[in-house]
Design a protein around this ligand. Structure first.
Ligand code: PRX
Length: 576
C-alpha cells in the first residue's frame, strides 16, 4: 500500500535543544563509544547501572542535589542523591542478609513511593534482576509472572500482599512488606525491620555489561505475558536519549508521569534522569487534570514526559482550568506509548506555546528508538526519526527494505545497546522477533516519508493499546472463559477518542445464561478482580456464536470487522 502525501503541516524548531543542535550531522557522525566514555566503567572497568545512577554523583561531589521529589495526597518528600545512595545501599545489604544475590529475580509490587525506588535500586546494586509489577495486577497476573521467573523475593505493601498466592509459589522465599503490617503472614518480613538492621556500607556487586538488570513482563497477542530481559549495557542508550531526546540538563526538574510497573516508568522515570544527574519528580495517586497542572506549577517542572491519553484528558478538561496555573516553567514536552494525534500537538502549541515531541519505542527495545528532537522540525502525527546510532526501516514480510511512503513492518536493525537480550524461558518467542535477521520486527506497521519521518499505522497483531497500556487479548480471553457464564470469548481493541483503544469483548454464553446488564457488570468485575482493572473490557457484546478457525482459534480479525462495520475479508479458514 502506498501512502498519499498531502501537503504537510510542519512546526519548525523552536529551540535547538542543548545536546543535539543538528540531527542530520549528529546522525552521520555518531559513535556509541563517545557515550560510553561518559561512564565511570569506561575508566575503571567496574560496571553497575545503579552505581552510575546514584553513587557516582555522590563520589563526584553532587550528593546534595535532589534526586527524587515524591508527592501524593499524603506525602511530600525529597531525597538527595546521597540519601538515595544510602537507602539503596541499606536495602541491598538487607537483601544480601537474606541470602539474595546476583542473578536472583526479585519483584517490586507496590504503588509509586520512595521505597519502591529504594528497593529497586538496592536490588540492582547486589546484581539481582528486578521485575516491576503494576499495582493493578490481581492474583492471576501476579502468579503468572512470579512463577515464570521463579522469583525469590517480592517487595509489596499490606494492601497488595494478599494478591500474592504464596503457597503456589515454591521458589518465593521472602515477602518484604513496606508499611504498617498488622498480621504478618507466611514468609513475610518487614521492610522497616530489615532497613533498621541493615548496614549502609554496601560492597556493590560489580557485574558484566551483559548481565541481567531488569525483567519487564509485557503482552503479545498469544500466550502468557513474556518476560523481557534487559541488561546493564542498556544504560548507554538511557543516557544518550536522556541528553538528546529528553534534552535533560543537570538543573532540570523532570517529570515522567509513567508508573514504574511499565518500562517508561523505570527507564525514563528513574534510570535516564539519574544517570544524567537530573532531579526526577514522581507523583503518586490517580490522574486528575487539576493535580497535573498543580504539580507542574508547584515544582516548576521544566521537562515533562507523558502519554497521549493523558494529554487528551487534559484537553477535555478545558483551557479555563489550565489558565488558572502558571505553567511557564515548562521548557520541553514529550509523549510516548500510543499514537500522538496532530490535534494534541496543535493544542500543545496553542496553550503552552510548546511542541509536544512524540517518541516511539517498546518494552523490547529498552529505550527510545524513533523520536522527535528539539532540533528537528515536527510533522504532527509523525513519530520522528531514528535516534543517532540506531537504524530503523520499513520492511516487507521477507525483510526487504521498502521505499518511502510504502506501508510495511516497522523494523530496527540489530544490535543497539538497550535491546532485550532474551525472553525469559522462551527462546522461541525471542527468535520470532528476529525471524528476518538482522531486523528486529516490532509488530507495528508504519511508513517512512521521503524526508525520513516515520508514521505509525497500527499493530500487525492483535495487541491492544488502551491509554498507552499494552494488553494481550489472550490474557483477557483466558480470564473471561473462567467465568461460569462464559462459553467463549474474543477480545479486540475498539477505537476510542480519548483512550486510543478500549477493550471490547465478544462473548458467547453457556446454556442457561441470558444476556443482561447485570451479567455484563459481573463479568467486568470478574476480570477486574482476577486480572487487573485496566484489562477489564469496557464493552461486552453477547453473540450466539463467535467466528472460529477450523482449529478452534477465535478470529479476532472478524470481530474487529464486525465492530467497525468493515468487510470481513477472507473467511476460508472459518469453522462454518
Ligand atoms: O504499538 C506501539 C505503541 O506501544 C507499543 C509498545 O508498548 P510497550 O511495550 O508497552 O511500550 C510502551 C512505551 C515504550 C508499540 O509497539 N507505541 C509506543 N510508542 C508509540 C506507539 N504507538 C504510536 N506512537 C508512539 N509514539
Amino acid at each position: 500500500m502506498t501512502m498519499q502525501t498531502e501537503e504537510q503541516e510542519i512546526i519548525p524548531v523552536l529551540t535547538k535543544g542543548n545536546n543535539l543542535t543538528d540531527y542530520e550531522e549528529a546522525y552521520a557522525n555518531f559513535d556509541w563509544a563517545d557515550v560510553e566514555k561518559e561512564f565511570t566503567w569506561s575508566r575503571t572497568g567496574k560496571v553497575n547501572i545503579a552505581y552510575e545512577a546514584l553513587d557516582r554523583h555522590v563520589e563526584e561531589g553532587r550528593g546534595d542535589k535532589t534526586a527524587l521529589i515524591y508527592t501524593d495526597a499524603a506525602r511530600n518528600e525529597s531525597y538527595t542523591f546521597a540519601q538515595m545512595k544510602t537507602l539503596s545501599d541499606k536495602f541491598g545489604h538487607a537483601l544480601r542478609s537474606l541470602g539474595i544475590g546476583k542473578g536472583d529475580r526479585i519483584f517490586v509490587f507496590m504503588p509509586r513511593s520512595p521505597e519502591l525506588y529504594t528497593a529497586y535500586i538496592g536490588a540492582v546494586k547486589i546484581g539481582a534482576i528486578v521485575g516491576p509489577l503494576f499495582e493493578a495486577f490481581m492474583e492471576a497476573a501476579v502468579k503468572d509472572r512470579l512463577l515464570d521467573s521463579e522469583a525469590v523475593a517480592i517487595v509489596t505493601t499490606p494492601a497488595l500482599k494478599d494478591r500474592i498466592p504464596v503457597s503456589e509459589l515454591p521458589a518465593l522465599k521472602h515477602v518484604i512488606v513496606v508499611g504498617e503490617n498488622s498480621e504478618p503472614g507466611d514468609r513475610e518480613i518487614s521492610y522497616d525491620d530489615l532497613m533498621a538492621k541493615a548496614s549502609d556500607q554496601l560492597e556493590i556487586e560489580w557485574v558484566g555489561l551483559e548481565d541481567g538488570m531488569q525483567l519487564h513482563y509485557t503482552s503479545g497477542s498469544t500466550g502468557k505475558p513474556k518476560g523481557v530481559l534487559h541488561v546493564h549495557n542498556a544504560m548507554i542508550q538511557h543516557l544518550h536519549t536522556a541528553k538528546t531526546v529528553l534534552d535533560l540538563q543537570p538543573d532540570d526538574i523532570y517529570w515522567c508521569c509513567a508508573d514504574p510497573g511499565w518500562v517508561t516508568g523505570t527507564v525514563y522515570g528513574m534510570w535516564a534522569p539519574w544517570l544524567n544527574g537530573t532531579t526526577s519528580l514522581v507523583r503518586g495517586g490517580r490522574f486528575s487534570a487539576n493535580d497535573s497542572y498543580q504539580t507542574l506549577e508547584t515544582y516548576k517542572v521544566t521537562v515533562w514526559y507523558w502519554a497521549p491519553t493523558a494529554f487528551r484528558l487534559l484537553m477535555a478538561a478545558g483551557d479555563d482550568l489550565l489558565k488558572q496555573f502558571d505553567l511557564s516553567s515548562v521548557r520541553h514536552i514529550l509523549s510516548v506509548g500510543e499514537p500522538l494525534n496532530p490535534e494534541v500537538v496543535r493544542w500543545g502549541m496553542k496553550v503552552f506555546g510548546k511542541r509536544i515531541h512524540d517518541t516511539w519505542w517498546m518494552t523490547e527495545t529498552g529505550a527510545q528508538v524513533i523520536c522527535n528532537y528539539p532540533a528537528m522540525p515536527i510533522k504532527p502525527g509523525s513519530m520522528g526519526k531514528p535516534i543517532p546510532g540506531v537504524y530503523a526501516a520499513i520492511v516487507d514480510d521477507q525483510g526487504n527494505e521498502l521505499p518511502p511512503n510504502r506501508m510495511g513492518n516497522l523494523a530496527v536493525r540489530a544490535p543497539w545497546p538497550s535491546m532485550m537480550r532474551l525472553i525469559w524461558n522462551n527462546p522461541a518467542k525471542y527468535d520470532e522477533y528476529y525471524r528476518l535477521k538482522p531486523w528486529y520486527i516490532s509488530g507495528d506497521s508504519a511508513y517512512k516519508d521521503e524526508e525520513g519521518y516515520f508514521w505509525f499505522q497500527g499493530r500487525v497483531d492483535d495487541v491492544i493499546n488502551t491509554s498507552g497500556e499494552r494488553v494481550g487479548p489472550f490474557e483477557v480471553e483466558s480470564k473471561l472463559v473462567e467465568h461460569p457464564a462464559v462459553a467463549e470469548a474474543g477480545v479486540i481493541g475498539k477505537p476510542d477518542p480519548v483512550r486510543g483503544e478500549i477493550i471490547k469483548a465478544f462473548i458467547a454464553l453457556r446454556d442457561g445464561y441470558e444476556p443482561s446488564e447485570e451479567l455484563i457488570k459481573e463479568i467486568q468485575q470478574f476480570v477486574k478482580k482476577g486480572l487487573a482493572a485496566h484489562a477489564a473490557p469496557r464493552e461486552i457484546e453477547f453473540r450466539d456464536k463467535l467466528p472460529k478457525t477450523r482449529s478452534g482459534k477465535i478470529m479476532r480479525r472478524v470481530l474487529k470487522a464486525w465492530e467497525l462495520g468493515l468487510p470481513t475479508g477472507d473467511l476460508s479458514t472459518l469453522e462454518d
